[in-house]
Design a protein around this ligand. Sequence first.
Ligand code: PEP
Ligand code: MG
Length: 588
Amino acid sequence: MTIALHGLGISRGIAIGPAHIIERGQLDIPEYELEPEQILDETQRLQEAVRAAQEQLRAIRQHIPAGTAAEIAALIDAHILMLDDTALIHEPLRLIREERRNAEWALKAQRDALVRTFEEMDDAYLRTRRDDVVHVVNRVQRILLRHSPLRHEQPDSRLAGYIIFADDLTPADTVLMQHHGIAAFVTEYGGPTSHTSILARSLGIPAIVGLHQAHVYIRDEDPTIVDGSRGVVLVDPDAASLEFYRSRREQDQRYYSGLIRLKGAPACTQDGVRIQLQANVELPRDFEHVLQVGADGIGLYRTEFLFMNRAAPPDEEEQYQNYLRAVQVLGRLPVTIRTLDLGADKEADNRRHGPLAANPALGLRAVRLCLKEPALFRPQLRAILRASAAGDVRLMIPMLSNLHEVEQVLDMIDDSKRDLSSAGMQFNPDLPVGGMIEVPAAAVCADMFAQRLDFLSIGTNDLIQYTMAIDRVNDEVNYLYDPLHPAVLRLVYGTIAAGLAAGIPVAMCGEMAGDIRYVRLLLALGLRTFSVHPSSLLEVKQLIMESEMGPLQELARRALAAPGGTEVATILEEFRLPAGAGANSTTS
Ligand code: PEP
Ligand code: MG
């Protein structure tokens, strides 16, 4: 019998394949007291499990697929080293010997103690290392409990074509699995703008999140269909469903590959308004993709992916080489490098491993973290400045809420310029510095930010999160995540207007810009620079090329006056273009 399950479709595409379940939730840890004569065996059992965990990690390390981001290897190295550290197992061994505790429980006690210590640390970067402790301990515990190793970590894992079901996935898991050629993934938790979801879209993996209790209905190897656009999973589909989805998959493929004809055409509306259509990138492998879809440059480079999942942050030289590579690939096109935005879901595997900060999204994140830790921030500023000597580099500051933050960053940039000059190093003295408007406080004061910055870019993922007071990774409140809420529209419109008044460009690089449901509304509100995933860029371009600005004035007026998101959505429907309208058919 076919079972239909519904979650939140966050990355489009249809996948058909067998299911593979990753069970990585909380392990059931037994607790028992040892007989005195069992103590020696138990200490050996723990030491052997630690050795076996190291062996597993070395095997994974050796077989990392070519092209995998460097940070994955660095993460594995860090875990191997952690298992060498006597501090990790000294205390569990003591608990076994002196308190006659079983190995699994003793390890759990030490993990909990270390996690508490990490959480109390002032140093935000070190604090993030608690996730590594949790992962490493989890691996040893799985061995002690004789659980089979996680399949996607196996070098010879045959996951190609499989649909992965998990409680949650980290961005690193997602990258690793994509290398194994998975067809799709479905998670029980997560929101549409979590970084794992953003990565899925950018890697072109159909995906669904927030499908609670999926594990109750699905078993390994069950035949499955995933519709990433509609958030539907069919388990054990009948022949008619299979045929229907196969034919829809072919239609979709034809449609998206047909869009490539728009690659070379400028993103101009019917009445000749030229829109800048730039791309968002997360990983170096995306640089080429930006060119393949004919983007007008990189509008957002999320550099924090360079910093994640590794024992130590990349130094200035590694960062410089990375930014330089982006500039070299992009040639004369602009490369907007966003400074480090670590924090919230980009370092937290928190649901599985207990609470971190009470409200990490409201905590020490992005520019706040950078200003608190100049030793982390300075090398990045210097690296970006150095890369600016090679091309059209722009620096963008995330999560601004206060003009003082702008002043402090500008001062630090000036200091770095002085240092680089005295060291005889090249940089663009007029490096454009922009800021992200993604905190309501900054949106309300956008006119002030516009006076001090060279450009603004609206980050709707966070702007909506903070305006609506909903955690963007919490599927329980996803229903409130509404880009069309009047408060959001007013903040977006106000920011665009502030940029216009100050004579500086305003872009949008949040997911709203790449969602074809909102493109015409954003044009109507005056947005002239969009930064979207390479995978959705051509579809957005098509819509821009089909649009005419004239009628959109009325759309803006009515949308801004509407009392709620539902009413705005109805107005958007009225202004929707008839299928086949516009210039796309005439463009080659
Ligand atoms: C945003 O918040 O809209 C944004 C682009 O930044 P990120 O998604 O990386 O937080
Ligand atoms: Mg953001």
